[in-house]
Write a protein that binds this ligand. Structure first.
Ligand code: ZN
Ligand code: ZN
Ligand code: FE
Length: 754
């Protein structure tokens, strides 16, 4: 990744210093340097290209060819070469750098308080790019003519803003406008932003909800310390309980709200500035309505100059949640926001730097000391992942919730940013638009399309009507393959998929799976014993229904005390008795739901995984034992993992904090035991952990520590989500493998000569 990061000026300066002649240019494939000079100087150049590259540059490889001397006089930067079919990378957006931050806060600087300040080391990229290569003319900044001073910066190779495509100042760049709900997009925007930002700060202090246009779309903002403001936002956004992300002024404010480790601080302040989920302090100024029932909170630091300036007015912590209603895509254009968010926000802080591709904030947390991305979006996408080997051009459509798609070309996988819940029309429109855009940017013509086996997923239906050879991929095989691809593993592994819902090869709902296999094939060695669930999707929203299933499974007819109307329970029991609208499931996510409800933690949920999150939150972490007994029947094929003995013990436990901790320990111990038996029978000792359940920090850290103690080689996700956001990557590498093995015929095979 060498475009828009100051790479050419870096090469230019190096060449000047070393007395080398020639040129440097950006092509769609990367940077091309022609260098002519003393052999020793050329060696140093090659060495320093690697070692001293600009902070945002990523060099995948350097290939060198000798050519005859041409007699170059001096060194130059040549304008972009557009005529190439090769593969170039699109830089993700980058959080504001320390130099730009200093300038906007310095009264003596010409960019003092200018909210669209950027340079080659920071600012918008992917969100403003219309086509490649990355040049001012191909971005939405083409609408702004640079003033003489900006233009001089842009042209001077020694300047930090040399070819900074988003370069702007208060004389020539984008401006802001403050509009009340019900208003229209104004005809003019002001570049004198300071008074407008002062007004916004005052409105927020008074308890207003302000829709703020940022880098990838609108946020809905309100004062995070006000119960009234947060409550109002929740009602209007129709989001009763799901945690709301906060933006805080700086790391000192963050440290007053949460217990933040050095590694977490580093993640928050890094070039991506994701929302980082951190342990919340018991008492802080933050409203309890921000993340009810959870002992964590999602914090991010200001990542655009606009945000920095807002907080410079004295604000400390704002709720900054995606500008949408429930799970719809984020609003990005001014007109769309005024239209869609008119009933949510009181005021709109608009700007006129158009967002070509909307993108949500990324979400990450630390597990086992390393950053793990759970929502891969702003500043991570669309950075390509290296697959280590040439692949066929493939489109993989992903799953349903947290949908992403994946495109492959050459030896790279481009995972789309988080799209959302692919069950409504708006999200499908976003999917198609983003797919068209990324295909065009990277000039990809898929030869095959991969999809989930669930026949009702919109992604599956989309794939089947594409007119391409279609490859159905089992959901949990895709999870494991995604983990393998991310870790560069091709050999056979033990795959552990602990997950919510995934369509199985037998038509049942899988989600507590142990595989032995590779990208091409897997054996289902073991799974959680099937338990019948009544009511399909209703069971996911109402864990008490799941509790009844697991209770009856363990105790037969003995009644379970539940705060649910008798008639409603009766209905569920009748359905189970008659096996009407009943599905069998081996889902680990449902097991967590059942235990949460049985312990009285949570009987109904308003967002995905709420019960499991609350169960994890109450666990007594000081208790690190082997948990409750579980029976593993390895005489059956696949082996059956029976949690009934554990359920019996859980119901005898008096303290829910203890029961929750022991339950987590039970699942961890079960995983280690099953893996040990698989190692004994199959000789595999590398374990890949995937599936949404591994977002559970307590469970994952305990599992990893215990597997390592038994000398297993443990692989986790890091830049790719372990949840369904990572499914499309797994589908793509599996489809590629099947094409390689000749199982699927495609018109065009990968170019193995490169
Ligand atoms: Zn900068
Ligand atoms: Zn200017
Ligand atoms: Fe899944």
């Amino acid at each position: 990744m060498v475009q828009g990061v100051g790479f050419r000026p870096f090469v230019y300066r190096l060449a000047q210093e070393l007395g080398i002649g020639g040129y440097v240019l950006n092509s769609g494939a990367g940077v091309v340097v022609e260098a002519e000079g003393a052999a020793r100087s050329i060696d140093i150049l090659l060495e320093r290209l690697r070692c001293d590259a600009p902070p945002l540059a990523v060099i995948a490889s350097i290939s060198v060819a000798d050519i005859a001397p041409r007699g170059h006089q001096g060194f130059s930067i040549v304008e972009s070469d557009l005529q190439t079919d090769d593969f170039g990378q699109v830089s993700p957006d980058v959080a504001i750098c320390s130099d730009c931050r200093r300038e906007i806060l310095d009264p003596g600087d010409r960019r003092y308080r200018y909210p669209f300040t950027t340079c080659t080391n920071c600012g918008p990229r992917f969100t403003i790019i219309r086509s490649l290569p990355f040049d001012r003319a191909t971005t939405t900044m083409a609408a702004f003519q640079m003033c003489a001073r900006c233009d001089a910066e842009y042209r001077r190779p020694a300047d930090r803003r040399f070819h900074a495509e988003g370069n702007a100042c208060a004389q020539c760049g984008p401006g802001v406008a403050l509009v009340a709900a019900g208003g229209e997009v104004p005809a003019a925007f002001t570049r004198m932003a300071a008074p407008v930002l002062t007004d916004v700060t005052r409105l927020l202090r008074e308890g207003a909800i302000v829709a703020i246009r940022g880098l990838g779309g609108f946020h809905l903002a309100c004062d995070a310390t006000s119960d009234a403001a947060v409550g109002l936002l929740r009602r209007r956004k129709r989001r009763p309980e799901k945690p709301l992300a906060l933006m805080v002024r700086d790391e000192f404010v963050a440290a007053r709200i949460a217990d933040i480790s050095g590694a977490e601080r580093k993640l928050m302040a890094g070039r991506e500035h994701p929302i980082v989920t951190v342990p919340r302090k018991d008492r802080s100024v933050i409203s309890n309505a921000v993340a009810p029932g959870s002992n964590t909170v999602g914090l991010m630091l200001p990542y655009t100059p606009l945000h920095v300036l807002l907080f410079d007015e004295g604000l400390e912590a704002l709720v900054m949640t995606s500008g949408n209603i429930s799970e719809e895509p984020i609003a990005a254009s001014n007109a769309e926001a005024l239209d869609r968010l008119g009933n949510v926000a009181d005021w709109f802080l608009l700007h006129d730097r158009e967002i070509h591709i909307p993108i949500d904030d990324s979400v990450a947390h630390l597990i086992d000391g390393q950053p793990r991305v759970t929502r891969r979006a702003r500043s991570y996408a669309p950075q390509a992942l290296d697959l280590g080997t040439p692949v066929t051009e493939i489109l993989a459509c992903g799953a349903e919730l947290k949908n992403t798609f994946c495109l492959t070309k050459d030896r790279s996988a481009i995972l789309s940013p988080h799209i959302g819940d692919l069950s409504n029309y708006e999200t499908l429109t976003t999917f198609e638009r983003l797919l068209g855009h990324l295909r065009k940017l990277h000039r990809i013509t898929p030869q095959a399309v991969a999809h989930d086996l669930h026949p009702l997923y919109i992604s599956t239906r989309y794939a089947k009507q594409c007119g391409l050879p279609a490859v159905g991929v089992q959901h949990h095989h895709a999870h494991i393959a995604s983990c393998m691809a991310e870790n560069g593993v091709r050999e056979r592994v033990i795959g552990v998929a602990m997950d919510g819902t995934g369509f199985g090869l037998d038509g049942r709902i899988w989600g507590g799976e142990f595989f032995a296999g590779d990208l091409g094939h897997f054996d289902r060695v073991a799974h959680l014993r099937y338990v019948p669930l009544a009511g399909g999707d209703a069971a996911i929203r109402e864990p008490w229904r799941v509790a009844i299933s697991y209770w009856r499974d363990a105790f037969g007819d003995r009644p379970l005390a539940l705060p649910v109307q008798q008639a409603r329970r009766q209905l569920v029991e009748t359905m189970l008795d008659r096996r009407f609208n009943v599905v069998d499931t081996s889902s680990c996510g449902r097991l967590f739901d059942a235990v949460a409800s049985m312990l009285g933690v949570r009987h109904e949920v308003t967002f995905e995984a709420q019960a499991a999150i609350e169960l994890e939150s109450i666990a007594d972490r000081s208790l690190d034992d082997e948990g409750y007994p579980v029976v593993i029947d390895d005489s059956a094929d696949p082996w059956q993992i029976d949690f009934r003995p554990a359920i019996h013990h859980i119901m005898l436990e008096r303290d829910a904090h203890i029961a929750s901790a022991r339950f987590h320990n039970t699942v961890a111990a079960m995983i280690v035991e099953v893996c040990s038996r698989i190692r004994a029978t199959r000789g595999l000792d590398r374990v890949c952990l995937s599936g949404g359940v591994f977002q559970n920090v307590l469970l994952t850290e305990r599992t990893v520590a215990r597997l390592r103690k038994r000398q297993f080689d443990v692989m986790l996700h890091s830049a790719v989500p372990c949840n369904d956001g990572g499914i499309s990557l797994g589908q793509a590498v599996i489809a590629n493998e099947r094409i390689l093995r000749g199982d699927i015929d495609v018109p065009c095979h990968p170019r193995s000569d490169r």
